[in-house]
Every structure is written in C-alpha cells, then in structure tokens.
Design a protein around this ligand. Structure first.
Ligand SMILES: *Cc1c(COP(=O)(O)O)cnc(C)c1O
Length: 411
C-alpha cells in the first residue's frame, strides 16, 4: 500500500459489533464481564478483552494498532501526551545510576524532563551534534539509551540515523527516536535502525490542534540483555514483545498516563488526512523558505534548501522533503517581534502541526528558562522566529510575510 491508502486501511478494522466505519468513542472507565473466570483471564493476559480504561480501551487500542502498523512496529502504547510518551519510553528501561546520551537541541520539555530525572539518579549527557564522533566518547557501561529527535525542533538539524543506530547497536544500546517533527510521511525510523519511536501525536498526527496525545512504538528488534537491563528478566518470556509487555504491565499502567478515548478518536481521525496535510505543509514550507530566502535582512533555516548543512540528509532520508517547520532570523529581537506583530494570518501560539500557520519567538517563550548555551544548541537566537507551516494558500502567506517585512523599513 502507498502512504495515503495505508493511513486509512493499515492496522484498521471497522467496529465488528455495529459496522461503524470509525472505531467509536468507548467513553467508559470499566468493562463488564459475564463471570469472574473471564475477568481473571483478561487481568492475567490470558485472554483478549478490556477491563479498565487506564489499562486498555477499544478506541485507544484501535489508534495504537494503526500507528504501530504505520511505523513498522510490532506494537504501540498510547499516552496522555507526547511528554508522557517520552518519559515512559525511557523509564521503562532506566533506573537510578543509569545514563542517557541525548541531543542538546531537543524539544524544551524533554530537556527539562532530563533535569527532573536527575533527582532520581538518572543522568543525561548532551551532545551538540547527534553524530557518532560526539556520542561514542560518552558511552559507558551505565549508558542505557541514546535519545534523539530525528529533526530537531527548532534547530532543524537532521540525525544521520543509520550511522547513529549502528554505533548504538555495536555498544548494545537502544536508539530511541522522537519522530514528531519528521512524521511517518517523511520517514519510518525503524526501517533505518531506530529501536523505539515516540511521537507527540498532538502535532502532525492529530493535525488540527484539538487533542494532546503521545505514542510509543516498539520495533521488537532490540535484544534486551538481562544482565545489563535487569528489569527485563521477568519479561524475557515475552520474546520480542518484552519491552511492550514491561511497559504495559509496569510503569505506564502504574503511572496512569493513559490516553483518553475521546482524544484517541480525534487523533485517529486526524491520522487519516496526515498524508494530504503533510504534502501540502512540506510544499508550502519549501515555497515560503525559498521566498523568504531572497529577502534582504531575513535569514532562513530549512533543511530542503540547498544551502542547509542538512540538505543531503534531507535528500537521502526524506526524498528531498524538508518537513513543515522553518525558522527565520530577523536581525534583532525587536525586528522579530515587530515582524510577528505585522503578520495578519499566522497565529502567535506555542504549538506545531496545526492546519493554521503558527509563529513563535522561541527565545522568550519555550526557551526562556534555558541557558545561552542550550539556546544556541537548539538553534534559538534572540532574533529567531519559528514558523509552523499551515495549509493556507501559499500566495496569501507570501503576501502577508512580504507586507510584514516591508513595514519593518517604514517603522
Ligand atoms: C510537542 C513535542 C513534544 C511533547 O509533546 P506534548 O504532546 O506537547 O506533550 C515532544 N517532542 C517534540 C519534538 C515535540 O514537538
């Protein structure tokens, strides 16, 4: 199946009981069963079925199966948010004394999370470039995971995933990829060596900015050495499903960061049009990037522009597509603010992956608590504006940016 067909049909079964063309919203907490024997089996993973929506729910289950199929995984676990997915993907394998190696240009929330984990004895080491030269010297016997965003947000740096996964595997360490900004439209990270893939499905999977959610997909490929990952001893019997079984029966269920059925439904609907939206978003982003690149006083960062240092990776990994985010530098914070105030169509909001174009000044918002070094690693300067591309007609956006920039001269 090709991408848009897959979005509709892959991993999807219509509701067997009613024939409903979408999986309905099973907005309940618990599921009744005919006998204690049946419920005992469900509780002990001996029979399929649902018991309690914190543990599993048909609407959520349908969303998980579709994403797992789309991302070439053996299964998926949905979470209440992207941050919950990032957190659970790691806490499923880490304990006190363990270390993570991660890109310094990560999403601000993830950087803050790594700070929080410090008080539980988990240490993150950051690399300014997620590349083998920088990662390898940091690997110790305590290193339990390498974590990276495939396309950094908002640095827009692209990880050479094949080289990094090869290095990780040589050292017996899994590579966890946050593929939120790349989306399955650009790449299936598992096919390039990622062991675990996480998404903030609040963004491009949802697509309309109407529900927060996250999801963890397991490739089933990583061999969990139970000497190194001692928590996996009792899950060895699940074979390649060990990671998912441990997650579902342990940390994820006990923390209680389950996805609400309503939000699973909204994200499943969004998923179906992701191909159409991403095609439009990537086309719009490239056209706006090329347009703005020609304007004096504006510097554009977009991976599909030939001048980008990530141009060749965008060609080889994403077929030349550059994703739906671009950043521009306006020359000063004052000019950046004035430019944003002059825009008529883009909305000033801290989100990405909406159908509307969104702009934000990351230095004064998402990165307001970050050090100067953290900001530079994240590609966040005082004059940076991040543009999350929308599906508007590109001529309207070009005209709007043109007038907003022209006004800078008049003021
Ligand atoms: C938004 C985002 C997150 C966090 O997701 P939420 O759904 O907001 O919790 C994590 N990683 C990346 C790359 C993101 O853009």
């Amino acid at each position: 199946m090709k991408f848009n067909t897959e979005l509709l049909h892959s991993g999807f079964e219509s509701d067997k009981a009613t024939g409903s063309t979408l999986t309905p919203i099973y907005q309940v907490s618990a599921f009744a069963h005919e006998s204690p024997e049946v419920l005992e089996k469900i509780f002990n993973n001996k029979a399929p079925g649902f018991a309690y929506s914190r543990i599993s729910n048909p609407t959520v289950d349908s969303f998980e199966k579709r994403i797992a199929a789309l991302e070439r995984g053996i299964g998926a676990v949905a979470c209440s948010s992207g941050m919950a997915a990032v957190t659970m993907s790691l806490l499923n394998i880490l304990g006190a004394g363990d270390e993570i190696i991660a890109g310094a240009g990560l999403f601000g929330g993830t950087i803050d999370l790594f700070g929080d984990l410090q008080s539980f004895g988990i240490t993150a080491h950051f690399v300014s470039c997620v590349c083998t030269d920088e990662i390898e010297p940091l690997i110790t016997e305590k290193t339990k995971a390498i974590f990276a965003e495939l396309i950094g947000n908002p640095a827009l740096d692209i990880v050479d995933i094949e080289r990094v996964s090869e290095l990780a595997h040589r050292h017996g360490i899994p590579l966890i990829i946050d593929s939120t900004t790349a989306t399955p439209y650009l790449i299936h990270p598992i096919e390039h060596g990622a062991d675990i893939v996480v998404h903030s499905s609040s963004k491009y999977i949802n697509g309309s900015g109407d529900a927060i959610s996250g999801i963890i997909v397991d490739s089933g490929n990583f061999k969990w050495d139970t000497e190194r990952y001692t928590g996996f001893k009792e899950y060895k019997k699940f074979g390649k499903f060990a990671y998912l079984a441990k997650l579902r029966n342990g940390m994820w269920r006990n923390v209680g960061c389950c996805l609400a059925p309503m939000n699973a439904f909204l994200n499943s609907i969004g998923l179906e049009t992701m191909g159409l939206r991403m095609e439009r978003l990537c086309g719009n982003a490239l056209e706006l990037a090329e347009f703005l690149d020609g304007i004096e006083g504006i510097e554009v960062n977009y991976p599909a522009l030939p001048k980008s240092p990530y141009y060749s990776l965008a060609q080889s990994l994403f077929g030349g597509r550059g994703g739906a985010i671009l950043t521009i530098r306006a020359g000063s914070k004052d000019r950046a603010f004035r430019l944003m105030n002059n825009l008529r169509l883009p909305i000033i909001a801290t989100n990405i992956g909406d159908v509307r174009t969104l702009v934000i000044h990351p230095a004064s918002t998402i990165y307001t608590h970050s050090s100067e070094e953290q900001k530079i690693n994240a590609g966040v300067y005082n004059d940076t504006i991040r543009i999350s591309m929308g599906i508007e007609d590109i001529d309207d956006l070009k005209e709007d940016f043109r007038q907003a920039i022209d006004k800078l001269k008049e003021e």
